[in-house]
Design a protein around this ligand. Structure first.
Ligand code: UFG
Length: 332
């Protein structure tokens, strides 16, 4: 198939592009390189462009004759979205709308959307959510993604356009061959920050909140290896290519780890007893958020291969060490 991948130079997008290459698909990457890197593109042709540039999008989509679009390009910092909501509504919503309209104009009828567990906000009960759980985002990041989902739903209902929205839980880990991985300096994610602390790039790691109503007082999240997430996209692509209808799927393993458990595992794997400081809660953190992923397992036959926190951390650690080495030597 011929696929346009927006944000294909970023963390998750670059893993997708590499996998599409292995599967023999023809790929065009559309990325403004604001947070992505051209060295992370292991396959396909890069168009450096912004989703705000309607003229360029039109040219690329009309010339490409694409079978599907995979839309990864977005901002992802929850805290930043609270401080600067318009940045998120502009890029994550208005630019996604540009893309959807451009798909309509160019006759592209299949799209896979990178959504997020943040659309659920703070769920009731034990924190395990099914796709039918009402959307109740508590920050502009989650809201901007929920708005795209609603737009896709309504456009799909009104036309022959079909989409799959994948709600990512806590994506982590890196390519097993360490060719690509998280390469974002302003990363806010727990595993990345813990590893950077172990590596000495940061003085200490904060634990945000130890008074939650969870087994050890810290928040619980469903950490999913990037490679399993990518396989979910492959299945979603095949589903649409086979004529399947529009669907929404949670992407997580269905069980979680507390912040303390993650920190202990990172210390064990790296062998570094880095400094950890327990601080107050981070605003907007749900106590627990895990995926009920029955739907994607049953409907698409998703069988995760790396449901193992140790494996997630090991691949991320290997990558993190290599990444800083390459940066310091000027290779990237
Ligand atoms: N945490 C710390 N210290 C840190 C960083 C994080 O204690 O230095 C804690 C957070 O408070 C939270 C947990 O670790 O309890 C996980 O935090 P992350 O920032 O790694 O991830 P989030 O769960 O906040 O958010 C991530 C993505 C979102 C996505 C969400 C869905 O960043 O895009 O998962 O669950 F929406």
């Amino acid at each position: 198939m011929k696929i346009l991948v927006t944000g294909g130079a970023g963390y998750i997008g670059s893993h997708m592009v590499a996998r599409l290459g292995e599967l023999g698909h023809d790929v065009v990457i559309y990325d403004n390189l604001s947070t992505g890197h051209d060295w992370a593109i292991l396959h396909g042709n890069l168009v450096v462009g912004d989703l705000a540039d309607r003229a360029l999008l039109k040219t690329v989509l009309e010339a490409g004759n694409f079978d599907a679009v995979m839309h990864f390009a977005a901002f992802i910092e929850v805290n930043e979205s609270v401080r600067d909501p318009l940045k998120y509504y502009r890029n994550n919503y208005a630019n996604a709308l540009n893309l959807i309209e451009s798909c309509r104009d160019a006759g592209v009828k299949r799209l896979i959307f990178s959504s997020t567990a943040a659309v659920y906000g703070i769920p009731d009960g034990g924190g395990k959510v099914v796709e039918g759980t009402p959307l109740s985002p508590i920050n502009p990041y989650g809201e901007s993604k929920a708005m795209v989902e609603k737009t896709l739903r309504d456009f799909s209902a009104a036309s022959d356009f079909r989409y799959v929205s994948l709600r990512y839980f806590n994506v982590a880990g890196a390519d097993e061959q360490s060719r690509i991985g998280q390469a974002y300096d302003n990363a806010t994610h727990l595993i990345t920050l813990a590893l950077r602390t172990a590596l000495g790039k940061r003085d200490e790691l904060n634990i945000f909140g130890t008074d939650y109503n969870t087994q050890d007082g810290t928040c619980i999240r469903d950490y999913i290896h990037v490679r399993d997430l990518i396989e979910a996209h492959v299945l979603a692509l095949n589903h649409l290519a086979d004529g399947g209808g529009s669907r929404i799927f949670n992407c997580g393993y269905g069980h979680g780890y507390s912040v303390r458990e993650v920190v202990a595992k990172v210390k064990k794997i790296t062998g570094v007893d880095f400094r950890v400081v327990e601080t107050g809660r981070r605003e907007g953190d749900p106590p627990a958020l895990t995926a009920d992923s029955t739907r994607i397992r049953e409907e698409l036959g998703w069988k995760p291969a790396h449901d193992d926190l140790g494996f997630i951390i090991k691949t991320a650690w290997k990558w993190e060490k290599l990444y800083w080495k390459k940066r310091e030597s000027g290779e990237i």
